[in-house]
Design a protein around this ligand. Structure first.
Ligand SMILES: O=C(O)CCC(=O)C(=O)O
Length: 217
């Protein structure tokens, strides 16, 4: 385990305060990407997101992962903390409530939780589709954003410019759905001009959803 900096700067906003019941779906908006893929957004889904940011920063089991790039080993430009399998028992209570809420709504058990920490604008994640696309048909990926708003971009296929742009933060929930992981890619680009710290709480499932074998509406 590696400790991240004990405090990180990010600029919150009065408008980020939650206005409705915590973890509800009344404000859900669906963004259609194409006939097979879509993204659902619930603005200000998680309340007390700033306290949660501080708590996770202090207490989560942060790791600095490495990856092979050609002949070199490089550090991933972000830190991560993950809970799955037996370790789910140790999931902090606010994350467990999120896991239950999305599992109930989407009728599939979200059984792994990975939090990304983007310390500043030098951290990001490159264009990719999530690995669970290799083992699951149309996996859902839920993401709750805390801290600084950063760009979250989507593009069809594996090349070209983004066609859909979001800037989640303030406890917003995004759910990538349908064929999104198979046929689209997403990224949180680095921001060389500088950016405050951001966390994304990502929730995934490892078993097929009830919609396996068909495209849900
Ligand atoms: O931070 C985000 O919003 C995206 C994270 C992501 O793409 C991933 O964990 O695979």
């Amino acid at each position: 385990m590696v400790a991240p900096p004990s405090s990180l700067a990010w600029q919150g906003s009065l408008f980020d305060e939650p206005t409705g019941p915590d973890l509800g779906f009344d404000r859900l908006v669906r963004h259609r990407l194409d006939e097979r893929s879509w993204l659902e957004e619930v603005p200000r889904w998680a309340g007390q997101h700033d306290q949660l940011f501080d708590r996770l920063l202090a207490e989560a089991p942060w790791r600095q992962r490495e990856r092979r790039m050609y002949e070199r080993t490089v550090l991933e430009p972000r830190m991560v903390a993950a809970w799955s399998g037996d370790r789910l028992e140790d999931l902090p209570a606010p994350l467990e409530r999120m896991r239950k809420a999305v599992s109930e709504r989407y009728r599939v058990e979200f059984d792994s939780v990975l939090v990304n920490l983007y310390r500043d604008g030098r951290d990001g994640v490159a264009w990719h589709g999530d690995n669970n696309r290799k083992t699951l048909h149309n996996p859902l990926v839920a993401t709750v954003s805390l801290g600084e708003r950063r760009r979250f971009l989507l593009r069809p296929g594996t090349a070209g410019s983004p066609t859909h742009r979001f800037r989640p933060g303030g406890g917003d929930l995004l759910i990538m759905a349908g064929a999104c992981q198979h046929e689209w890619q997403h990224t949180v680009p680095k921001e060389p001009g500088g950016a405050g710290a951001r966390m994304s709480i990502t929730l995934r499932h490892s078993r097929e959803g009830w919609w396996a074998g068909q495209y849900p509406r």
